[in-house]
Write a protein that binds this ligand. Structure first.
Ligand SMILES: Cc1cc2nc3c(=O)[nH]c(=O)nc-3n(C[C@H](O)[C@H](O)[C@H](O)COP(=O)(O)O)c2cc1C
Length: 238
């Protein structure tokens, strides 16, 4: 179809579409580029509202957003990170040990604030719409909220870095998170000196972006039919 001939119904205009794709493609996981400048509360409120508009299974909205600013508490979280990284390092292949140990993997203390995004696994427990066969859907919903936050932050010029190298049980004790509430994401949030043009892990040679054409299948897992679609994907490369 010639997209110029038939105006797309309900689509954003071209500049708005471009802005959405720009936020997606230029979003980065930020570790080393935090400036320490504060994020004002009106802006943080907008980002949290974006997160809160995420889809959720059965509309259960299982998330909570725990804002952590206290420097001493953040130091304690960083201690948890350091010991978790020691443990994780033992499971990294020998030829990657040096790279792993020198790779920056958090900005807990340098960012303006930390945000712990949790999933209340007991919320809406009496009516598990969409969760009866797949109880993990509440966790997936919370991840959607994280991604909304991350993209809105990029549009606002705010960096976000996700720290998963933490012992969840220890973090829950430190932050007073109840037993039935899961930690989904621990985020470092703040103004940045730069958004890197590509993922840090790619720039450091850890892994490369996979070719999208190799990941798209048709009809059954492994099915390799969609030649026209793959041709269109190939045209987007870059
Ligand atoms: C679930 C999840 C956990 C992550 N955990 C960490 C982490 O512990 N430390 C870190 O530096 N980056 C972490 N990241 C960021 C990824 O390394 C990053 O998204 C990936 O390298 C691609 O880079 P980009 O986000 O800049 O595109 C995590 C990302 C996700 C989605």
């Amino acid at each position: 179809m010639n997209e110029h001939a038939v105006p797309p119904v309900h689509a954003f205009d071209a500049a708005e579409r471009e802005a959405v794709y720009r936020a997606i493609s230029t979003r980065r996981d930020v570790r080393a580029h935090f400036t320490g400048q504060p994020v004002d509360d009106a802006l943080l409120a907008r980002l949290l509202a974006a997160a809160h508009h995420a889809p959720s299974v059965g509309y259960m909205q299982p998330w909570n957003f725990l804002v952590i600013r206290d420097a001493a508490r953040r130091e304690q979280v960083r201690e948890l990170f350091l010991s978790a990284r020691q443990e994780e390092a033992r499971h990294i292949a020998g030829d990657r040990q040096a790279l792993y140990r020198t790779t920056r993997l958090e900005g807990i203390c340098e960012s303006a604030l930390n945000l712990c995004v949790t999933c209340d696994r007991g919320r809406a427990a009496s009516s598990p719409l969409g969760r009866w066969h797949n109880p993990q859907m509440d966790l997936y919903s919370t991840v959607c909220a994280v991604q909304n936050f991350w993209l809105a932050a990029r549009a606002e010029g705010v960096g976000v870095g996700w720290v998963s190298i933490l012992d969840e049980a220890a973090l829950k004790v430190l932050l007073g998170i109840p037993e039935h509430v899961a930690v989904v994401a621990y985020l470092c949030v703040g103004r940045v000196s730069a958004f890197a043009p590509r993922p840090d892990l790619e720039a450091q040679g850890w892994r490369r972006r996979l070719a999208l054409t190799d990941l798209v299948m048709s009809e059954r897992f492994g099915g390799d039919g969609e030649a026209v679609l793959k041709h269109e994907i190939g045209k987007l490369a870059g």
